[in-house]
Design a protein around this ligand. Structure first.
Ligand code: KG4
Ligand code: ZN
Length: 325
């Protein structure tokens, strides 16, 4: 049998585990979302997330192994998210992986969450080969990177304020769409007119992003409306707001291609699941990560672990979770 890698992800509100082969075939990809648990608070509550990870980590790993039809002993290495993310949440996965590896003699491979998102592109059935230009757009990060090789990327642009996913979530909240807002806004936008409102795209130097202006513009537009008018305009607002964010991302990609001369372009992270962005990328001849691998998952962490060094038992104590890069 080919060597197998188990991936474990607990950086935010998804407890996720997956088994892949070294060649990049996904054998199982189990994701237990805590979204419903956090919905009543309108966002992720870190302490609640940690406690839930603690309950879920063992059953989710077991399910990933059994769905893949393998035992822990068949696994060669365990990749686990070390950061960035919520430290308490990360520590649950990291400690669990350490125990698992210590007890079973598997190799422990700490993985950077952002590198994990990029590595979602290296999985089958149609893996991408570096070099390429990569936009990572998630709830916590928005950055443009040059992936010269599998194990790392060079950051050439970032966000000055909110991440793109955060902008989607905050916009959705303003429109009363609940949490998590990105997918809900995407669904509602289908029914609206994206040209109904002319929301601004920030003018920022270089290859950086800014989403605070468009967010404020949505707030002002919504504030003008009575409850009944807002009900009437909600889909148009969603579609117009989504268009502004998506256009900002697409423009930056085009500019980055021009400036870097990089011919291959790919987008990863939760926002890569957005239908309008995916349509825009297709028109540009760029790729988006496979839909199932956009939002946080264990397969992308296992994928990145294939290109990262493992840690010997003597160094376990020095491997700590980190909140930001
Ligand atoms: O990558 P991810 O699962 O977690 C982080 O690493 O942050 O990304 C989650 C983000 C959330 O902000 C969520 O609203 C956004 O991705 N998202 C979307 C869509 N699906 C998820 N945003 C817009 N449209 C979507 N279809
Ligand atoms: Zn993520």
């Amino acid at each position: 049998m080919s060597e197998l890698v188990l991936g474990l992800e607990t950086s935010c509100d998804e407890t996720a585990a997956a088994v892949i082969t070294r060649e990049g075939e996904v054998l199982s990809n189990v994701i237990s979302s805590q979204a419903e648990l956090h919905a009543r608070y309108g966002g992720v509550v870190p302490e609640v997330a940690s406690r839930r990870h603690l309950e879920l980590v063992e059953p989710v790993v077991s399910e990933a192994l059994s769905e893949a039809g393998v035992a822990l002993g068949d696994v060669d290495a365990v990749g686990v998210t070390q950061g960035p993310g919520l430290v308490g949440a990360l520590l649950v996965g990291l400690s669990y992986a350490k125990g698992l590896c210590w007890g079973s003699g598997r190799r422990l491979v700490p993985v950077d969450h952002l590198q994990g998102h990029v590595a979602s592109l290296f999985l089958g059935p149609d893996p991408l080969e570096p070099p390429f230009l990569c936009l990572l757009a998630s709830g916590g990060h928005t950055l443009l990177g040059l992936a010269h090789e599998h194990a790392s990327f060079e950051v050439v642009g970032g966000t000055l304020d909110d991440a793109a996913g955060e902008a989607f979530d905050k916009g959705a909240r303003l429109l009363g769409l609940g949490y998590p807002g990105g997918p809900a806004l995407d669904r509602l936008a289908v029914e609206g007119d994206p040209a109904a409102y002319a929301f601004p795209i920030a003018r920022v130097d270089g290859l950086d992003f800014s989403f605070s202006g468009v967010k404020t513009a949505l707030l002002y537009a919504a504030r003008e409306l009575s409850e009944a008018e807002l009900d009437e305009a909600r889909a148009d607002l969603a579609a117009s707001y989504q268009r502004a964010i998506v256009n900002a991302l697409l423009r930056r990609i085009e500019q980055a291609v021009e400036e870097t001369g990089m011919k291959t372009v790919a987008v990863v992270g939760g926002v890569a699941a957005n239908s309008a962005l995916r349509a825009g990328l297709e028109a540009l001849g760029a790729r988006a990560a496979p839909l199932a691998l956009c939002t946080d998952n264990g397969a992308m962490i296992a994928s990145a672990a294939r290109y990262a060094p493992d840690v010997g038992k003597a160094d376990y104590l020095a491997v700590d979770a980190y909140p930001s890069r």
